[in-house]
Design a protein. Structure first.
Length: 254
């Protein structure tokens, strides 16, 4: 089983080296960069990655371009803020010796937040289908929370080693991610799917998200980080529904 590790980047000079080093055992590393203005491309190339520059078309489209550009059919897809753990590396390397190889594998993703691994709050195991045969699957074209969509007949299995996720650098960064990326994109995706916000949904989305994360998903077991995650989840839910309501108002005014 020959594997191409694919990574998409934009101004990731602080994280790209660790990401590439975690997959330096792969047969090929392909980095698709959306015109970074920092040293991301230079660092990636110096570590042996094949770098492709492509203007930003969206998450799913950029990841699919990386898949299409790979020399091998087996793809291990990562974001620049992710790492392959040693346990997962060994597990993947053993797949070629198994007689029951699947067409795709879901992998648990462990986020590290405020210096602590988060194992509750709805953040774990957060299984992602990231190792797959591109002849049997491709990235689903959605605006946010993109995922690999496999053919109906494809065999999907699970691995136990973790992808380590270093997505949030600080509270301020978390706040910006929600306001500038996730809430607007989620609202647009909901709007395009025909969903609309009401006064009731705007008022209840935040409290419901907090209770789900902190109580139902046991966020309280993650200490202060778990409380912060739950508060940010509430903010995201509120803002997403508020933006969705604004999109509906603009649509009715046309």
């Amino acid at each position: 089983m020959k594997i191409t590790a694919t990574i998409i980047t934009f101004n990731e000079e602080a994280k790209i080296a660790d990401c590439i080093k975690s997959v330096d055992w792969a047969d090929e590393v392909v980095v698709v960069d959306s015109e970074s203005t920092d040293r991301t491309r230079d660092i990636a190339a110096s570590l042996g990655a094949r770098v492709i520059v492509n203007p930003w078309p969206g998450f799913a489209a950029q990841k699919q371009l990386a898949v299409d550009s790979a020399a091998n059919d087996w793809i291990l897809s990562l974001d620049a803020d992710e790492r392959i753990s040693k346990e997962l590396r060994d597990e993947i390397n053993s797949l070629g010796r198994r007689p029951d190889t699947a067409d795709g594998y879901r992998i648990p993703r462990l986020s590290l937040y405020m210096g602590r691994p988060i194992r509750h709050s709805g953040w774990y195991p957060d299984r992602q289908l990231r190792l797959f045969d591109r002849r049997k699957g491709k990235w689903k074209p959605v605006l946010v929370h993109e995922s690999v969509e496999m053919e109906p007949t494809a065999k999907i299995s699970e691995l136990s080693g973790d992808i380590e996720h270093f997505s949030v650098d600080s509270a301020e960064h978390h706040h910006r991610m929600i306001g500038e990326r996730y809430a607007p994109l989620s609202a647009k995706q909901m709007f395009d799917a025909g969903r609309r916000a009401t006064t009731f949904s705007i008022m209840t989305a935040g409290p419901a998200a907090f209770l789900r994360s902190y109580v139902l998903k046991a966020g309280f077991l993650d200490g202060i980080p778990g409380y912060c995650i739950s508060r940010f989840a509430a903010h995201h839910a509120f803002l997403k529904h508020l933006i969705l309501w604004e999109l509906g108002q603009k649509d009715r005014q046309k």
